[in-house]
Every structure is written in structure tokens, then in C-alpha cells.
Design a protein. Structure first.
Ligand SMILES: [Mn+2]
Length: 284
């Protein structure tokens, strides 16, 4: 993200630090998520700095060097976790760009594991990602939210899910996973949504770009029709952040495709719009 317009104070203490994490190991269908971060960063140069309500750039947006993502999954997650931990310790909000959804486990380990208070994950996704194992691996992108619940003790709220298996339905019930699935959306006024009162105060937001309808973002490995549209998704996020403290967020699973720069741009706009919502929720 460009930061030329920010003042010295904002450059030294950026509100956000973008961490590119181009990790891609579990490809279930279409591939290419390792090129997601660079495509989002390239598209970010085309964004208007005024997001319609405020100018997040002025709060300071730093971009860290891409995390080295070759090697075994545990090794790579440990590297991402270390960078997220450093960023958070400096008081900047980490913004992780994937890569496949597995990368979300790293910021959750850094921000939620061993923390005194429980962290609630707000997940935007077409898939529940609650499988115990997928294609032999407990670290597949199809398992990431289950790992987060079990390793980091997180609560979970899912939005836009429309592809899940019976194992995941049972697990949701067993663990009290909250959800607003895609099929429920036609009957709902998202403007009225709020997280349950007993949902944790500390929030981590994880956005799998396949959560949005493929008419908004289609450059992703496992697109599923019938998802929430742009404004529904942004309204949901804004409502979910209300009155909560946000520890960090990620945008994952963009798999850029030649000729589809609309998807790259939408993902970059999503990152920037969420930054605006977070800053405004903090009273900036
Ligand atoms: Mn996912």
C-alpha cells in the first residue's frame, strides 16, 4: 500500500502493517494463491485514497517484506507468526495477505493463543473450513477454522457459508459456532445485525475472498455461486466490528487470473475499506 501521503508520525507509527504471506500448499481445485499478495499490492496503487467516508492512508499503512513461504507448513506458519507478533508488539494492526487460508492460523496463534481473554474470529467464507483433516492434512485450508478453535480457543462467527459437509454441521453444533449462511441472507436485514452479546470483545477478522459472490471476485481456487454481494459483505463487517476491539485481519485465497484485474482490484478495495471501518470504529 502506498504511504507517500502520510506524515512522519504516521510513517513511524502506522496504524496498519500489511504482511504479504504468499503460501500455497493445499490446492484442492484451482491454484495460484501464492500470487495473491503481489496482485493485491499492485491493484492498491489504483485505489482512491478517499474511501467515501475517510482517508485510511493518513493513519499510516506500512508494508512489510513478504514472508518467505517455502518449506513445511509449520515452518512457514512460525515465520508468519513471528512477523505478526513483532508488528502487534509495536502497536500496529497486522493485515495478513494470503496465500491460502491456512496462513490465518499464524496471526491467530500470535494474537489469540495464550492470551488471557478469548478472541472471537469473524470469518467471511463460502466454506466452513471446519474439517478435521482434508486430503490427509490437518493444515489444509479446509481445516483452518477448526485448528483455530482447537489450538487457540477461539469463538467463531461465520458469514456467507454455502458449501459444507455434515461433519462440519455437527462440529458447528458441538462447538456453538455462530453463523449467518448465504441461504439465510435473503430474509435478513444486515443493517440490523450485531454479534451476540456473549461473543468475545477482541475480534480477529478473516476474509476468504471466495466468501463473496463470484460476480464480485471470481479469481479464487474454489468459487461457489450464491454468495453475499459487495455491500452486504461490507455492511456485515461494519456491523460485526461495532463496539469490539479488532486485533488484526487477513484477506486470503485470491488466485489472480490473467485478464481478470477486477478481482484483484476488488480484493485491494476490500482491504482498504476494512481499514477504513476499523479506524472509524476506533474513533479516528
Ligand atoms: Mn476458507
Amino acid at each position: 500500500m502506498q504511504s507517500e501521503m502520510a506524515g512522519r508520525q504516521e510513517l513511524e507509527n502506522p496504524l496498519f502493517t500489511v504482511i504479504p504471506a504468499p503460501f500455497e500448499a493445499s490446492v484442492s481445485y484451482g491454484g495460484g494463491t501464492r500470487r495473491g499478495p503481489e496482485a493485491i499490492l499492485a491493484a492498491s496503487q489504483q485505489l482512491e485514497t478517499w474511501d467515501g467516508l475517510c482517508e485510511p492512508l493518513l493513519w499510516g499503512i506500512a508494508t512489510a517484506a513478504p514472508v518467505h513461504c517455502q518449506g513445511g507448513v509449520e515452518e512457514v506458519l512460525a515465520r508468519i507468526e513471528a512477523v505478526v507478533g513483532e508488528v502487534a508488539a509495536r502497536g500496529s494492526i497486522p493485515v495478513v495477505l494470503g496465500g491460502e487460508h491456512t496462513v490465518s492460523l499464524a496471526p491467530l496463534r500470535a494474537l489469540a493463543r495464550g492470551r488471557g481473554e478469548q478472541v472471537g474470529i469473524v470469518q467471511i467464507d463460502a466454506h466452513a473450513d471446519l474439517r478435521s483433516r482434508f486430503e490427509g492434512s490437518p493444515y489444509s485450508h479446509a481445516c483452518v477454522m477448526r485448528r483455530a478453535i482447537e489450538e487457540c480457543g477461539c469463538a467463531l462467527m461465520q458469514f456467507g457459508v454455502r458449501a459444507l459437509c455434515l461433519e462440519e454441521v455437527a462440529y458447528r453444533q458441538e462447538r456453538g459456532v455462530q453463523h449467518l449462511d448465504a441461504r439465510q441472507l435473503p430474509g435478513i436485514r444486515i443493517d440490523d445485525f450485531s454479534l451476540p452479546g456473549n461473543f468475545p470483545q477482541n475480534i480477529y477478522l478473516s476474509i476468504d475472498v471466495d466468501g463473496l459472490d463470484p460476480s464480485v471476485i471470481r479469481a479464487t481456487g474454489t468459487p461457489v455461486p450464491g454468495g453475499p454481494l459487495w455491500h452486504q459483505t461490507l455492511t456485515f463487517i461494519e456491523r460485526a466490528l461495532r463496539g469490539r476491539r479488532i486485533l488484526g485481519f487477513d484477506v486470503v485465497e485470491l488466485a489472480p487470473q490473467q485478464g481478470d484485474h477486477a478481482s484483484d482490484f476488488a480484493a485491494a478495495q476490500l482491504v482498504y475499506s476494512v481499514m477504513g471501518m476499523i479506524g472509524r470504529a476506533m474513533g479516528r
